[in-house]
Ligand binder design. Structure first.
Ligand SMILES: Cc1cc2nc3c(=O)[nH]c(=O)nc-3n(C[C@H](O)[C@H](O)[C@H](O)COP(=O)(O)OP(=O)(O)OC[C@H]3O[C@@H](n4cnc5c(N)ncnc54)[C@H](O)[C@@H]3O)c2cc1C
Length: 431
């Protein structure tokens, strides 16, 4: 991870500029020690720290940027609950824990809402639902199948929408039907990440930013994390670095494709335009494989994202496809001023499922949310913290555990990711 070369320096996000929570992190200054050291101040690391601190543990958090510097502060803010698989598929794939996984996934948005309320996090949380519109007949079949599976699995709060209802919910007649999950929501993600850091800090966690861990070693029953500013000694280390993992833990980085997703935000729109777009305020992401995702902020901006350049954007022109897709959906936005453009990495596993892993004794990792880490990263972090505090084995956890599946060799190369993206785009057009 080369922080200095990251696209966020050229393309600061709307969220960074409008954050309402303070930054409680300070740079590390000299050697220190703790019972547990967590690398990564995204939702995973921050929530893990909160549950460990709740259990009375001595914790340090450390990040090369700071709270929310990675995906957690750059995403579109959609709080979407659940794993991508239904109850039956989870049981077929993961055996007897499948049922517990399904229940855990379905509760993950609730866990996030609980933290926001408990710590009074000022992050513009709106429980306005998530709309999944279908872009073609195959997309509609998949949306209908998903709805039928959820209903069979006992999930409440999910409704199918016909063509007119979808057009009304989205504010565009580009879709042929869809569904809404009313238990989902949307928030300002950078403020949420900073609010979690403030909460962890208030529970006694030391929060260090601008301090990159360059490598880790294990000796005499302790881990040592080396940084340019000093060494951190800890009995237990948690690596919560997701798509930015690099070589700090190869068992994560070798099993994850890291590619970029990019977002644009309009200036606040006049009510004559804004009122008809997402009138009830849900977030939306459509049925394409290379999906479009968007929402409306409380000050009436449209925040709109889709796939990015594999290595991240370099110029404003690298966002042209995002703006084009937004205007195709909402012609009224032609000529609307774009005030912010930004991007971030997404960590994809082969089966698009996240994992909690214990590569060595005293070393824990969680990663691979595959574009769905707002609620799931929160829930995984809380769960991992509870498991460490209670000395639980990973095999008892209601989530996929162990290393993610190996990637096919071609997917570890840039050219392979580009080819796969093109292939999925073609499939989106045909089926
Ligand atoms: C553009 C975009 C849009 C998205 N939209 C959504 C959405 O709407 N809904 C949703 O659910 N998910 C979305 N996601 C995915 C979601 O943001 C991520 O899954 C989630 O934030 C991952 O959280 P995390 O805590 O595991 O990792 P991150 O938030 O990525 O945090 C990892 C941290 O590790 C730090 N780090 C890495 N290496 C080191 C090191 N060596 N030393 C010190 N620190 C290090 C980084 O600085 C970073 O802060 C989106 C992602 C992107 C990029």
């Amino acid at each position: 991870m080369d922080i200095d070369k990251d696209c966020i320096h050229h393309f600061p996000s709307l969220w960074m500029e409008t954050a309402s929570e303070p930054d409680v992190s300070v740079p590390l200054d000299g050697d220190t020690s703790a019972e547990i050291a967590i690398v990564g101040e995204g939702f995973t690391g921050l929530c893990c720290a909160i549950s460990l601190a709740d259990a009375g543990r001595d914790v340090v958090l450390i990040d090369g940027g700071g709270p929310g510097w990675g995906g957690s502060g750059r995403n579109s803010g959609a709080v979407i609950r659940g794993f991508k698989m239904g109850r039956t598929a989870l049981s077929e794939r993961f055996g007897e824990t499948g049922d517990a996984m399904f229940e855990f996934g379905t509760r993950n948005a609730e866990m996030l809402y609980g933290l926001v309320e408990r710590f009074g996090i000022d992050c513009q949380l709106r429980k306005t639902g998530w709309v999944l519109p279908a872009h073609n007949a195959a997309g509609l079949r998949s949306v209908q199948d998903r709805h039928a599976t959820w209903v069979k699995d006992g999930v409440t709060g999910v409704e199918l929408l016909d063509r007119q209802e979808t057009a009304k919910a989205v504010g565009s007649d580009a879709y042929i039907g869809g569904l809404i999950d009313r238990e989902c929501g949307v928030l300002q993600p950078f403020s949420y990440a900073r609010g979690l850091a403030r909460a962890a800090h208030s529970l006694g966690v030391r929060v260090y930013g601008q301090t990159r861990v360059t490598h880790k070693t294990y000796s005499g029953g302790h881990w040592y994390l080396q940084t340019p500013a000093g060494k951190i000694k800890a009995k237990t280390v948690v690596i919560a670095t997701d798509a930015w993992t690099d070589k700090l833990e190869p068992r994560m980085s070798d099993r994850m494709v890291s590619t970029h997703s990019q977002i644009v935000a309009t200036a606040p729109l006049p009510p004559s335009i804004a009122d008809s777009l997402l009138p009830e305020g849900p977030c939306a992401s459509d049925s394409r494989r290379i999906l479009l995702y968007w929402n409306k902020t409380p000050d009436n901006r449209i925040v709109f994202g889709t796939r990015g350049k594999v290595d991240g954007p370099k110029t404003d022109g690298d966002f042209a496809h995002v703006e084009k897709a937004m205007v195709a959906l909402y012609p009224a936005l032609k000529g609307a001023k774009i005030t912010h453009r930004w991007g971030g990495r997404i960590g994809l596993t082969r089966d698009f499922m996240p994992r909690i892993d214990q590569p060595q004794p005293g070393l824990w990792t969680a990663h691979g949310y595959s574009g769905r880490g707002v609620a799931m990263g929160t829930a995984f972090g809380l769960l991992m913290g509870e498991a460490i505090a209670a000395n639980r084995s990973t095999s008892t956890l209601p989530v996929p555990v162990g290393p993610a599946p190996d990637l096919p060799p071609k997917f570890t190369h840039r050219a392979g990711i580009v080819r796969a993206t093109l292939w999925y785009r073609l499939l989106d057009r045909w089926m």
